[in-house]
Design a protein around this ligand. Sequence first.
Ligand SMILES: [Zn+2]
Length: 308
Amino acid sequence: MALAVFLLLFWAEQQGLLEQVPEQHHQASGAVGFSPAEQPEGLEVYFLDVGQGDSALIRLPNGENVFHILIDTGEYAYADGLTEGLRELGVEKIDALICSHPHTDHMGCMARIVQRFEIGAFYMPRLPDNKVPTTSAYEALLNALEKKDITAIPLEQGVEIPCPAGAAVQVFAPRPHADWEDLNNYSGVLRLTYGETAFLFTGDAEKESEALILEDGYELSADVLKCGHHGSRTSTSAKFLKAVDPQYAVISCGKDNSYGHPHEDVLEKLQKLGTDVYRTDQEQTVLAKSDGSTITFETGLPSILPTQ
Ligand SMILES: [Zn+2]
């Protein structure tokens, strides 16, 4: 036990040291293996396999260009793989970088992403002082933002993230000045619409936040639901799921993770509803494409591998 604690502290220290090292020049790591990205014909959403964590890249056609939104990045160990993967997918500028909430499985390597890419706008939930994380990953993120003169835009109810014509992103949660015990409930919950199709991204928002969103009366229906909190039973309440009524669900979690995600009862609820489930622990990176009326899926795309 003592040894385990010691190793954990040692590991945390290492992570901290790594985070504090200013980056001189990023050396390209090995290729991730995505096919070279082309101009998308419609919306593309890559649910990137970053093990036990979340990261989703949204590509929207924008005239001759592509508008990129990145929601979350996964842990620090994915920094180099994610960087390479994004480059392979044609990302030079991230038009909107979104931190759903500051837990490291969602933003562990976000500082590196800020350092390595041009960032159009950055969104993150506002937290009360007593909830602000003291992790080195969070401090590194704040430093990286400050160095590039990027001001965080509060990710909260009522915010709309500017998108190219035909697409829209609305933020349903958290409520401004929310006061939650659990940091997960500060997760930004976003609905992306493209033509007649809709995607709901929930970060790690749990049942308590879902209940408030229902209370606030938003249009929640979505073709694709990114299940909250890696498919944990603390999220995806029956009522919320009924309101979203997704045809497809995506669960982003690590193979054989110690939390037992996704939980069986969540899978049962989805099955009862007739929802098709895609899981990054089983199908690696999952790509959903929308032409504005129909959604198609590709699975088995490359995983982002952690550096040891
Ligand atoms: Zn998480």
